[in-house]
Design a protein around this ligand. Structure first.
Ligand code: FES
Ligand code: FES
Length: 150
């Protein structure tokens, strides 16, 4: 049994402590915006925030997330609003198939909170998410646009 706070709501889930957080979010809680790509912390499709930091949820045991604030793509924007990263994504036509994009957006939102005006070097270091559609240039442009809109 684990007690989690996801997007401000409490959830009691009946899982083993070493169950990856990703599967709890998707299967027990039913929030499917967070995606499975590689399962080995390489691609970033499963990125969520834990206490505001980007974390790859496929490789984090659920027990490590108890007592912390977990935010998924569904909870990124405040009610009735669009997060500035999501707006920049739309304005810059970033997504193609879309599969990697929720993880990409979560990683970028965490980066901008830490570094509101990231350089290209900052982006290269922090955003290591993999996009099979090759949206990397659009991602970079949208990050700069989101930073400029702040
Ligand atoms: S599914 Fe978690 S990093 Fe790829
Ligand atoms: S938009 Fe298709 S994998 Fe990134």
């Amino acid at each position: 049994m684990a007690r989690l706070t996801i997007n401000g709501q409490s959830h009691n889930v009946d899982v083993e402590p070493d169950t990856p957080l990703l599967w709890v979010i998707r299967e027990q809680v039913g929030l499917t915006g967070t995606k499975y790509g590689c399962g080995i912390a390489q691609c970033g499709a499963c990125t969520v925030h834990i206490n505001g930091e980007a974390v790859r949820s496929c490789s984090l045991p659920v027990s490590a997330a108890e007592g912390k604030q977990i935010t998924t793509i569904e909870g990124l924007a405040a009610a009735g609003t669009v997060h500035k990263v999501q707006k920049a994504w739309v304005d810059n036509d970033v997504p193609q198939c879309g599969y990697c994009q929720s993880g990409m957006i979560m990683a970028v939102a965490a980066l901008l909170k830490e570094k509101p005006k990231p350089t290209d070097a900052d982006i290269n270091e922090a955003i290591t998410n993999i996009c099979r559609c090759g949206t990397f240039q659009q991602v970079r442009e949208a990050i700069h646009a989101a930073a400029a809109s702040a």
